[in-house]
Design a protein around this ligand. Sequence first.
Ligand SMILES: [Fe+2]
Length: 306
Amino acid sequence: MSAQILTDWDAEKAQGFSKKNIIAKHNLHEREMFSDDGLIELLDRYPREQLGIYTMGKDPTKRQALRAGTAEGLSGADILEAVKHGRIWLNLRKANLALPEYRDLCADMFGDIEAQSPGVKTFKQDMGVLISSPDVQVYYHFDVPLVTLWQVRGVKRVWLYTPKEPFLQDEDIERVVLKETEEEVPFELAFDDSAQIIDLEPGLMATWPQFGPHRIVNHGVMNVSLSCEFQTYMSLVRANAAYANGVYRRNFGMTPSIYGNSGAELHFKAFSARVFKMLKLRKAFEYQIPKTFKIDPGADLGFSEV
Ligand SMILES: [Fe+2]
């Protein structure tokens, strides 16, 4: 039996898990692995070719300002230095597959969620460690799996929007599930009037319903967060139902919707998706952002042009 991580989880949170926005308390921020020395060691050991390195502008409506970069030949200490004063956003995707202590941490976190939430079973757990500069942002998007976001250092403002129209259209979900684009969905600043806004501080975790759009802006301080994606049986069914809807719309000229489907309808669509995938009716595109900068701890923005 591993240690308790969620410290204020209760029946109401367990009941709403994966269905509602939930803010909960945890104690991961007390761990030494997230100190500067721990992060430097993490950056030194994590496979450098897998490290996601990005920078972006300040306008939340101009996602085309997102750029990717490299960190060849730099030490973990160099990279952390650049993140602390620059405009860098690092994503150490699947850290749980790369490093044993993150594998154990990920298992303990999901083990604790399941232990404290009767009936909840999670699959396909994927822990991304996000280390990011003061004031950087993550543009409006949604994720196909479910997400738990755990804050361990710094503070970030998180806007959570309801996964329904006008914030998210069926076509948006289908485009992403069919891998026709990245997680891009149209955003208007007016959406913010209807968002739940949370300042996520160390020791807080946020989670929201599947496909829930969100965007994030760091406060003026370096942030460390754990973005843990996972699936449940029903989230897999819904993702596959959205895939089937995309095929119905594209190949059969229909106008399906995932909203308001019964469990039986979702299951039928998920079954259809398996058939469509076997028939290879749709082709997925892997879009890679070109890497146009390199991390440079001596530069004001923490990077220089290549
Ligand atoms: Fe996300």
